[in-house]
Design a protein around this ligand. Sequence first.
Ligand code: SF4
Length: 391
Amino acid sequence: MDLLNTLVDKGLRRELPTREEALAVLATSDDELLDVVAAAGKVRRQWFGRRVKLNYLVNLKSGLCPEDCSYCSQRLGSKAEILKYTWLKPEEASKAAAAGVAGGAKRVCLVASGRGPTDRDVDRVSRTIEAIKEENEGVEVCACLGLLSDGQAERLRSAGADAYNHNLNTSEGTYGDITTTHTYADRVDTVQKAHAAGLSACSGLIAGMGESDEDLVDVVFALRELDPDSVPVNFLIPFEGTPLAKEWNLTPQRALRILAMVRFVCPDVEVRLAGGREVHLRTLQPLALHLANSIFLGDYLTSEGQAGKADLEMIADAGFEVEGTDTTTLPGHRADAASCGTGGGCGSGSVCSSEEPAPAAVPAPAPADQARTDLVAVRRRGAGTDLAPNA
Ligand code: SF4
């Protein structure tokens, strides 16, 4: 397909596709799926080889959030029967993190529910970061604490945080339908604060919330503009007890097309396969490794993932290798820019090419996914419990 040849050429040159090209990827048919994966896989291998970075989530504080993000099992009024607990002590968090590192994770992601941290919370998380770094040499630590106030990103940086995660989640146009207690602009502001403080910015999306193809392209182009170093791609886990419980919109094929589109738009950025991969990709998960160069090991914040051992086996069986701590994740041009604090600069930034994308075959609409509530398991082990974590 001319479309795919054009996108591979652009991806290898770190050139931004047009919106029409990104939309055309989402509109490809299931018959073209393997061609799409192969094309985006070439771009992935150019910048990240066959390496897979493992990340490990530690939920520092679970549930009871005053915000109303519709997709979230921790939201205000959520009836989801998730674990609810207040801040883990630094040593508890460090123990959970160590399990992930022992399983092969090179980054630990410290997450807390809530609108954003108080200065006391930042102190608490700073002590946790120090404890984790003391126990686990070379580990990267990312904090994800919600909206940041002035000066908090700098304090986290001083405490040793390497990165800060705050997702845009969905397009600016639909943000108000998903959350009413804060705005899209608030989210953009926090990503910019993290960037400005010299933290590696991590910001991504959630697909499957009923959004259109245009919305998906909007949020991915907005992310590209914000220029994070990593882009987590979540697939909605429709938790019973949340407003989006009935939104089973994704097929494994569509999930792969979305990942391919993200790879083409952000060719040299760490694209992370995040929450919902087991639920929506199911047996097609290994194909996603040809698109994403990073995954979460083990469990998620409030739901259980497949066994960490199964993650490692999947990576090996698919012909990929776990990225070691001695390897820099990002390609040289981005890593150098990040280390001198000027941001990554993931491409020329120019929307070039007036070429018309090749007309995609008119796709048969993919059937809506069956509700697979059997695959959604609330997390009952690891952080906040007496049971061993999954790593
Ligand atoms: S996504 Fe974060 S801010 Fe929104 S409800 Fe969940 S925990 Fe709260």
